[in-house]
Design a protein around this ligand. Structure first.
Ligand code: FES
Length: 120
C-alpha cells in the first residue's frame, strides 16, 4: 500500500492505490486549505484552486498525470505543484501542503522526510 508522507504535519498515511489525494488529506485531518480555501472551496471540482500541494519526492509519477483543469489552473505555478483534488495516488510520495505559505524550516523538513526513504 502506498504511503503519503505529509512533510509539514510530520505524518505518514497509508492509502490505497487509486485514492484521491484531497480525500486522503481531509480524512486524515490535514489542514489542506489556507484561509481562503477553509472559508470556501469547490469541494474537489478543480475550480477554486485552493487545494495546492507540492510533490517533494523525486518520483513525479507517483500521482496521476496533470488533468486538463490543472494544466490551466497551475499555469505559472512551480512544476511540483498539484491540485490535491485532481490527483490520484499511484505510489508512495512526499507532499507539502499549502506550499504557497511554506513553514520557515520547510527545506530542512523536506530533506529529513526524503532521507527516510519511501516504500514503493
Ligand atoms: S478543492 Fe477546489 S480546486 Fe481543489
Amino acid at each position: 500500500m502506498p504511503i503519503v508522507r505529509f512533510v509539514r504535519e510530520g505524518r505518514d498515511v497509508q492509502c490505497r492505490s487509486g485514492e484521491n489525494l484531497r480525500e486522503i488529506a481531509l480524512r486524515e485531518g490535514m489542514q489542506l486549505y489556507g484561509f481562503k480555501g477553509s472559508i470556501g472551496n469547490c469541494g474537489g471540482c478543480g475550480q477554486c484552486i485552493t487545494c495546492f500541494v507540492s510533490v517533494e519526492s523525486k518520483d513525479q509519477g507517483a500521482l496521476s498525470p496533470l488533468t486538463e483543469i490543472e494544466k490551466i489552473k497551475l499555469k505559472n505555478r512551480p512544476d511540483t505543484w498539484r491540485l490535491a483534488c485532481q490527483a490520484i495516488v499511484k505510489s508512495s510520495l512526499l507532499v507539502l501542503t499549502k506550499p504557497q505559505s511554506p513553514p520557515p524550516n520547510s527545506q530542512k523538513l523536506i530533506e529529513e522526510a526524503l532521507s527516510k526513504g519511501l516504500p514503493k
